[in-house]
Design a protein around this ligand. Structure first.
Ligand code: ACM
Ligand code: ZN
Length: 615
């Protein structure tokens, strides 16, 4: 498959020839945006005024972003302004970053004014300033203008007053089914930051690998991080290679990632899976399972019967020790304890588990799971944190303070919110970015599902039927990237982008301003920036599909090319050559009387993947 770029002249002229300021392509769309005329030029001589010492990191972040465009860093001017001062005192030729306390601004809100000779960015918190800086960064061109003098970049004059709709705007990454190095995890975090997302859910343990160093139990990574092969090919074929595969993060690397995310106002939420998805831990410490093992780190994907024994006290000692180290590494208020897909097969016959049920008066294995999670919750709460778990933790009774992540549809989230528990929504239908995003015939092998970027964009995180008070428990949503079929960083990017941009807008922007056409135009504008950032985004949005009517038997098949509306023109060939903009344009149906291969693509701001129909 070949990708190629094409900017239609008509579109370029529409922007350049009118003289009007086209609204900039900011994602997520700001709450209030008013365009003004003219531009503000930023050069090496522009100063960045840091209004209060607390904003040093944000000033340095903006300085670095400008330095990469201008070839040299603009200077920082340190001031000691009074927070809450009514008059921010603009200084010509500067960008002022200023905390304004005592205002009605929400914690992550910001106000940005770009005038002809200065910029003022204010917020109540450094996080708000950081989000405002991301808006400035999105307004920057991908290359500076170089006339006769030093490089300059021009920003359109405008004002923005912006704040998020939801507090939890997350992306998840499974590093167990396939492992991703720190360098890529940081690139992923950079992407979250660009779209004002603020939670990185790091799925660190599973049946196929334990990825976080635990000092007290070194075997978890010495043994548990390495499997003897991996499943490949369509799930149902159950084919495996025999290559040793694995990797893990040292605690030093974990601290580095947590600090990197914190500098971008992103909280890293670690996930330690229990009681199920525990085969890697059991392979390292077999006495923690009901049967005592031996256990194997799994090569294949799925759900496995061997889980942590809920009857043995040693299981809880082990998990509490692990969580104590995890809590030291991750300052997150929420610690994810998994809880999904835990078969009860072993618990049914294990003498330790039976004895536990009898002693605690538990009527079934669901109540045993609930006992398990409540006991872990006590340990985590005692250290001042909260647990969050997949929606199975509702079964057998929710632990008193647990938050719920609703993945099997929205029912779990609805039930938890009705019980006044906090909820993060991530139903598979809209938020599983390991699903196909286009016709599987034109996509890399995926685990299944079908979630287009438009479908994610149409997602509404507040489930129907909740009262306002219950809806207040919906903290937000997140996109999940499970990696059974995603083996490389490029492929993670392909699956996450652009669907995470759609979700970012769902979570940040006012619901009544959601507009798919506007989003897609801004997304198209964003492709150049994504190219400059070397992000391997998907162009599946531009896929052409073939609809046929008539039949070969009757001597004629009519082929209709369809695609999402408004993206560009469809051009096709019937001689097996690759279509270009010069190929015939599709406008009605193609009548086909003999066997032919039709190849087609959409030509818009970018060109889609060439799709082929043989018939
Ligand atoms: C999950 O997808 N098993 C949470
Ligand atoms: Zn047991």
């Amino acid at each position: 498959m070949r990708h190629f770029l094409f900017l239609p002249l008509a579109l370029a002229c529409a922007i350049a020839c009118t003289g009007q300021q086209a609204p900039p392509g900011i994602i997520p769309l700001p709450k209030v945006l008013a365009m003004d005329s003219g531009t503000f030029a930023i050069g090496r001589e522009t100063g960045i005024i840091i209004g209060q010492a607390e904003l040093e990191p944000e000033g340095a972040f903006l300085q670095a972003a400008l330095a990469s465009l201008l070839g040299a860093a603009p200077g920082i001017i340190h001031e000691n302004r009074t927070p809450g001062a009514a008059d921010p005192r603009a200084v010509p030729g500067t960008i002022l970053l200023l905390l304004k306390t005592g205002t009605a601004l929400a914690p992550e809100a910001y106000e940005l004014g770009i005038g002809h000779d200065h910029i003022i960015l204010t917020a109540a918190t450094p996080a708000g300033i950081f989000h405002g800086i991301q808006t400035i960064i999105q307004l920057l061109p991908t290359v500076a203008s170089v006339g006769s003098g030093a490089p300059r970049v021009f920003l359109p004059c405008l004002t923005v007053a912006d704040e998020p709709r939801f507090a939890w705007r997350g992306m998840h990454l499974d590093v167990c089914r396939h492992f991703f190095p720190v360098q890529f995890v940081k690139k992923y975090i950079d992407l979250l930051a660009r779209y004002k997302m603020n939670r990185f859910h790091w799925h660190l343990t599973d049946d196929q690998g334990w990825r976080i160093e635990i000092k007290k139990y070194p075997k978890l990574t010495e043994v548990g991080a390495w499997r003897s092969g991996s499943q490949y090919g369509p799930y149902s074929e159950r084919t495996y290679d025999n290559e040793r595969y694995g990797g893990s993060y040292t605690q030093e690397q974990i601290r580095e990632v947590v600090a990197y995310a914190a500098a971008r106002h992103i909280t890293v939420v670690p996930e330690i899976e229990m009681p199920g998805h525990a085969m890697a831990a059991l392979a390292a410490h077999p006495h923690l399972g009901c049967t005592g093992g031996p256990y194997e780190i799994q090569k294949g994907w799925g759900v496995f019967d061997d889980v942590f024994c809920a009857g043995k006290d040693s299981t809880f000692t082990f998990l509490e020790d692990v969580l104590s180290e995890v809590l030291d590494l991750f300052p997150s208020d929420h610690i994810h304890i998994g809880g999904d897909e835990c078969p009860k097969t072993r618990w049914k016959t294990c003498p330790h588990c039976r004895a536990r049920m009898k002693k605690e008066g538990l009527k079934d294995e669901h109540e045993l799971q609930s006992y398990f999670i409540r006991r872990i919750e006590k340990h985590v709460n005692a250290k001042g944190r909260q647990i969050i778990g997949w929606d199975e933790i509702l079964e057998g009774g929710l632990a008193p303070n647990a938050a719920v992540m609703s993945w099997r549809g929205t029912e779990g989230g609805t039930a938890a919110a009705r019980q006044k528990h906090d909820v993060v929504m991530c139903p598979g239908t809209h938020c599983y970015f390991d699903h196909y995003q286009g016709d599987p015939a034109h996509e890399p092998l995926a685990i299944g599902g079908f979630t287009t970027v438009q479908k994610t964009y149409a997602y509404e995180p507040i489930p129907d039927g909740l009262t306002a008070e219950e809806a207040g428990h919906i903290m937000g949503a997140q996109g999940n990237v499970w990696t059974e079929y995603i083996t490389t960083p490029d492929h993670v990017e392909y699956m996450a982008v652009p669907r995470m941009l759609a979700l970012a807008e769902v979570l940040w922007s006012p619901k009544d301003q959601r507009d798919e056409g506007s989003f897609i135009r801004r997304l198209e504008n964003e492709f150049a920036a994504l190219d400059a950032l070397k992000v391997h985004y998907s162009k599946s949005l531009y896929n052409v599909e073939f609809k046929t009517t008539g039949s070969k038997k009757r001597g004629q098949v009519n082929v209709e090319l369809t695609c999402a509306p408004g993206l560009g023109e469809m051009h096709y060939t019937i001689d097996d050559s690759e279509p270009t903009y010069a190929s015939p344009k599709f406008d009605y149906t193609i009548e086909q009387r003999a066997s032919t291969t039709i190849k087609a693509a959409i030509f818009g701001v970018i060109a889609g993947v060439i799709a082929a129909y043989k018939g």
